[in-house]
Design a protein around this ligand. Sequence first.
Ligand SMILES: NC(=O)c1ccc[n+]([C@@H]2O[C@H](COP(=O)([O-])OP(=O)(O)OC[C@H]3O[C@@H](n4cnc5c(N)ncnc54)[C@H](OP(=O)(O)O)[C@@H]3O)[C@@H](O)[C@H]2O)c1
Length: 215
Amino acid sequence: MKKIGILGSGIVGQTLANGFIKHGYKVMIGTGNPEKLAEWKATAGDHAMIGSFSDAAAYGEIVVLAVKGNVAAEAIRKAGAFNLSGKTVIDATNPIADLAPENGVLRFFTDLNESLMEKLQKEFPEAHFVKAFNCVGNAFMVNPQFPGGKPTMFIAGNNDNAKSEVTEILTLFGWETEDMGKAEAARAIEPLCMLWCIPGLTSNQWTHAFKLLKL
Ligand SMILES: NC(=O)c1ccc[n+]([C@@H]2O[C@H](COP(=O)([O-])OP(=O)(O)OC[C@H]3O[C@@H](n4cnc5c(N)ncnc54)[C@H](OP(=O)(O)O)[C@@H]3O)[C@@H](O)[C@H]2O)c1
């Protein structure tokens, strides 16, 4: 049974934790505020654990990064970069700035020539980051059901083995996976979050996901 460490106690951390438990994994969520997870722990069962950021990073054979984008590096420092060395890190974060959206378009603190994941990969070179889960709302992260069939999750990262591990997880979680290449491709994948949110922020329409159609 694979062990997953999740850095992040918010809705994404909890949703992915529940997905992993549903699919037979053991999970530890890392947080600085364990009291936030009391309700989750009470319902998530025996395979659900709570620890500090460093406990969760050390515990996970695979680690999920699901904290606010502007504190992602800080959270990894708290987790201890050495605890991520050689591990697959599923990066679900988005670089959303603390500024109001403009006509429904979120504002980022990154630009199109350097994504948040590239910054993290540079600062923590021993971790194998794979961008995933960032371009869909949490309600659809685990086994989403759409009349149009399986949606597509776009992933990117420098380590092929890490991307294989993430693809395996995405298949279990009911997704088609499109590998867009190395870390630089996160420059294109992170802004999909902006696109995904526009119908929500302008028309309160949040029930969609992307699918890549091919011949
Ligand atoms: N919400 C969605 O549907 C959705 C969908 C796709 C991607 N995302 C992305 O997923 C990430 C998580 O989103 P979310 O909505 O679940 O939660 P969030 O509110 O963006 O983040 C909550 C987490 O951030 C941590 N945090 C805040 N300040 C911190 C600091 N100074 N140092 C370390 N950690 C800190 C919190 O730590 P504590 O546990 O200690 O409180 C908590 O674990 C974000 O990057 C978001 O853009 C969200």
